[in-house]
Design a binder for this molecule. Structure first.
Ligand SMILES: [Zn+2]
Length: 106
């Protein structure tokens, strides 16, 4: 018997399905929870706020490691387009001059 364990809270359905595909391509089975209210699994309601990814207990550690890498990639620092200052990913605008990132998705 397999136990399904929550491994990640996706911000939306699109992110959830992106990550589900990435994990499945690495041989891990994935279930999504949070979409059930809008229909059967496999549909793509785009307005659901949060979706939880679940993996089987045996895959949890691998999935967690992959998802932590994914989160690090999303949250790297960026350089200001105005003054070139390096800003931590937690800043949405430059701490020095108040401008946004030159290229938010490098
Ligand atoms: Zn700046």
């Amino acid at each position: 018997m397999n136990n399904w364990i929550a491994v990640f809270e996706a911000a939306n359905s699109l992110e959830a399905h992106t990550l589900k595909g990435a994990l499945e391509s690495r041989g891990m089975a994935v279930q999504l929870r949070g979409e059930a209210l809008s229909g059967a699994l496999g549909e793509l309601p785009m307005d659901v706020a949060q979706v939880t990814l679940l993996v089987q207990e045996k895959d949890w550690q691998r999935a967690r490691t992959f998802l932590q890498g994914y989160q690090r990639k999303e949250k790297r620092s960026w350089h200001c387009g105005q003054c070139g200052e390096e800003n931590d990913a937690s800043f949405e605008i430059c701490w020095r001059c108040g401008s946004g990132p030159a290229d938010p998705k490098p």
